[in-house]
Design a protein around this ligand. Structure first.
Ligand SMILES: Nc1ncnc2c1ncn2[C@@H]1O[C@H](COP(=O)(O)OP(=O)(O)OP(=O)(O)O)[C@@H](O)[C@H]1O
Ligand SMILES: [Mg+2]
Length: 457
């Protein structure tokens, strides 16, 4: 928080304004004042305020309308509204629109100061939370990669270890687990980051074409080769070549590839001269290459050349600790700057879904939810239905607790989540659930009202 506390005072009544300014001044609080909402918004655009103290009823734009715009310009500044007795209803409405507090006129000085002190406290708390969150985020992300699970943390530290060398890397993992982001992170955190990163999909191209794409060709090497063309290997010199879906590479090409990796040089198609290259190869596949080798479809020696640094990304369902982080990341990524929250229940649903399509499926679900959601909050309604029961998988409980801690949940919210979990476990049997929870059935019915809706969804 800024060292000096600065309050924006807004009132069309000049005498009131002056009184407030001098009151705050005595308390060592800096002020700016505005006689209309329009002026106030103009000031708010120029500088940040610790808090805003504003009259509700003003000619032109009133305090209510101003509140909405202010929340957009300075979402962090708590707004305390002043209202005459007759406008208490609108003050209550204002609270729903996100005002921090209201005081009724006429008021004693102590009342204004107390409300402002609470606003300052709130502001400080939020900033503290944000600071903590940033500190946490630093350890839970690396380059573009996000992850709190031990599997992801191991991947971060492996990537850190290989920033300076040129060892080839083989990334394995189911579809959508993030192989391409890992490949990019390897490149962009390495000493080669100023060199090129060139991705190439081995599935998409027929063997002949892929060969000339990779190694280049000289003029006249084949019909249509009107000019000498550099291959991607040469383009990637000093950088990283990302061979995606390496498991699909044609056998003939695998042999040529092996030779390049052994000799560190390439020979363009139709050429006689070799070119030395300095390229790190990062390959990725969602196939089991050992299996492919056993079936005679992949060269064992090529596998060993590539698999110098093996990185395996486990499926998302095996690292539930990453789900809430990824979900929040995808919300930020796709909300176009709107501020969208996700309810605790919705987050719990995300933890329980099976995510066969891994992070990509989660990303798609979030994109869809962002379109469907109303009132700036993603709720269970906006998410895919959950057919599976409470998953019996390691890390699930800890991630639930992690989620509660991360979100600074209240005991009540956490309690609701836990009740939902137990109801799931008992397949909706409330008698049994109440017994496990150690509460009586009526209490469960009462508390479970909103919760059971979810577990039955
Ligand atoms: N750990 C992560 N941190 C941030 N974003 C991630 C992470 N994992 C996956 N993603 C995002 O999820 C989406 C899918 O990831 P990516 O394309 O890297 O998967 P993939 O393993 O290459 O999939 P496929 O096998 O289908 O090619 C991308 O938008 C990616 O940015
Ligand atoms: Mg991919």
């Amino acid at each position: 928080m800024q060292d000096t506390r600065r309050v924006l005072v807004v009132d069309d009544d000049a005498a009131m304004r002056e009184m407030l300014v001098s009151l705050l001044d005595e308390e060592g609080i800096e002020t700016r004042s505005a006689g209309s909402a329009a002026d106030a918004l103009e000031l708010a655009k120029q500088e940040d305020f610790t808090a805003v103290l504003s009259d509700i009823r003003m000619p032109g734009t009133d305090g209510m309308q101003m509140l909405g715009e202010l929340r957009e310009i300075r979402p962090d500044a708590p707004v305390v509204l002043m209202t005459a007795f007759g406008t208490i209803d609108s003050a209550v409405d204002a609270m729903r629109e996100g005002a921090f507090d209201y005081i009724t006129k006429p008021f004693k000085r102590g009342i204004v100061l107390a409300a402002l002190r609470r606003a300052f406290g709130q502001r400080q708390l939020e900033e503290e939370n944000r600071r903590l969150r940033r500190a946490v985020d630093r350890t839970r992300s690396f380059g573009d990669l996000i992850g709190a699970s031990s599997a992801m943390q191991d991947i971060f530290s492996m990537i850190r270890k290989i920033t300076a060398n040129r060892s080839n890397v083989l990334i394995t993992g189911e579809s959508g687990t993030g192989k391409e982001v890992v490949a990019r992170t390897i490149h962009f955190t390495s000493v080669r980051k100023d060199g090129p990163f060139i991705p190439i999909n081995c599935t998409a191209m027929p063997e002949g074409l892929l060969e000339s794409e990779l190694f280049g060709h000289v003029r006249g090497a084949f019909t249509g080769a009107h000019a000498t063309k550099k291959g991607l290997f040469e383009e990637a010199n000093g950088g990283t070549l990302f061979l995606d879906e390496i498991g699909d590479m044609a056998p003939g090409l695998q042999s040529k590839m092996l030779r390049v990796l052994q000799d560190q040089e390439i020979r363009p198609v139709g050429g006689t001269r070799s070119v030395r290259i300095d390229v790190r190869i990062v390959a990725a596949t969602n196939r089991d290459l050992r299996d492919e080798i056993a079936q005679g479809r992949f060269r064992k020696d090529l596998f060993y050349r590539l698999n110098v640094i093996p990185i395996h990304i486990p499926p998302l369902r095996e690292r539930p600790e990453d789900i809430s982080l990824l979900a929040e990341h995808f919300i930020r990524k796709h909300s176009d700057g709107r501020s969208v929250r996700i309810s605790g229940e919705a987050m719990a649903r995300l933890l329980r879904l099976p995510w066969e399509g891994n992070a990509r499926e989660l990303e798609n679900a979030i994109e869809r939810a962002l379109v469907l959601c109303e009132g700036g909050e993603i709720s269970t309604r906006d998410l895919p239905d959950c057919e599976t029961e409470s998953p019996d998988r390691p890390g699930f409980e800890t991630s639930l607790l992690q989620l509660a801690t991360d979100r600074r949940m209240t005991l009540r919210e956490l309690g609701d989540l836990y009740i939902e979990e137990i109801l799931n476990l008992t397949k909706g049997n409330k008698v049994q659930a109440a017994r496990i929870l150690g509460i009586n059935r009526r209490t469960l019915y009462r508390r479970g009202e909103c919760v059971s809706e979810v577990s039955e969804a």
